[in-house]
Design a binder for this molecule. Sequence first.
Ligand code: FAD
Length: 405
Amino acid sequence: MTKQADLVIVGNGMAANRLLQDLARQPVKPTSILVIGEEPRRAYNRVLLSPLLSGEMQPVDVELQDARWYREQGIELICADPVEQVDLEHQVLKTRAGVQVHYRQLVFATGSRSNMPPLPGIDLKGVMGFRTWEDVERMQTRAAEGGRAVVVGGGLLGLEAAEGLRKLGMHTTVLQRGDRLLNLQLDNTASVLLQQELEGRGLHILTGARIESIEGCEGRVTAVMLQNGKRLPADLVVVAIGVTPEVRLAREAGLNCNRAIEVDTHMHTSHSGVYALGECCEFERNTYGLVAPIWRQAEVLAGVLCGQDRTYAEEPVATQLKVSGIALFSCGEIDAQDTQPLEYLDLQHGEYRKLWLRNGALVGAVLYGDTRFGPWYFEQLRAKTDLGALRGELLFGPTPTQQVA
Ligand SMILES: Cc1cc2nc3c(=O)[nH]c(=O)nc-3n(C[C@H](O)[C@H](O)[C@H](O)COP(=O)(O)OP(=O)(O)OC[C@H]3O[C@@H](n4cnc5c(N)ncnc54)[C@H](O)[C@@H]3O)c2cc1C
């Protein structure tokens, strides 16, 4: 089958979907849009896969636009059929099912894949990443049989997977290589508070834990072996140790790729008429793992695809962490050097705040428990506001006058 489209988007994840929404608001849009996704369903909110896993949310909460929206927007969608080949010179691509598509403009939005380390036993049945709706379904099916889960990685994704599996009734252990949880986002005190809370709920957490191998029987996982000789029986192993941008297709097509597909300020790749955004792109050596910068990329690219002169620039990103009912906020430099920190700890109410100031300006913040003022701190950090005069009350958020302002 042969098709033709003014704009083709490869990938139907969160970046592609945001781009479509932004394009829908443009006064003059590409004349025809075709989206080709490898997953078997329409776009969904990947961020909500954790509450979907634990049962706190239902499929309907996680789905994004319905089929009617695509129809109304005149967007054609192909699901469950990955693009396997792109011929940049002749502006044509081919999907696995053999659909040939001629395009005028092309966007790569192929996202990332879960990192799977080359460990003995990594290919055993029951060893998996946590990235897609299918991953959630596989975990839920396994959890329905009970048993033991080992989650490799004490970062955001690992903790969410672990909490989900624990809530589904699995005896769950988290293996963290470093000496504390969420070491990229939290300082030591916040990490300790988080660990105590999670352990109190029944999660088992091993820090300084390094995997030696994964054991199996008849092709199915049975245990995880640690370098210190400890053996952890396991019916399910979820690996959450980061992601790798999905750039195979772009690289094979001949686009300049480093860690990901290189783009300029217009989200333009090394080939004319070809763009990239989201976790598959790299801008000024940065790659992405949170939606905030991707939303700004989508807005810029929607304008560019419609002929506007829009440019993308890097901005600081705040992390609103959601570990199953525990509110955490973090932004800027954590444990920053040459600073004058401010700290508040209320163990009884499980509240902790730490702010790092350099020459009167906020350069980093960690909030645990009450995160209401996170966005305000982040605004002060971005604006480099001189907060020296407010030092005395800064830990308690903006003063009433500032709140009104
Ligand atoms: C469980 C979970 C929780 C998260 N929580 C947060 C959070 O709280 N806050 C936050 O900011 N971020 C969060 N993230 C990260 C966020 O989901 C990603 O940053 C975002 O999804 C990236 O969007 P993307 O479109 O670049 O990639 P994706 O959403 O992964 O979409 C890429 C799509 O491209 C498809 N694809 C790949 N190759 C091809 C091909 N050849 N042909 C066709 N299709 C292809 C893939 O199948 C996929 O559907 C979370 C991620 C996960 C997995």
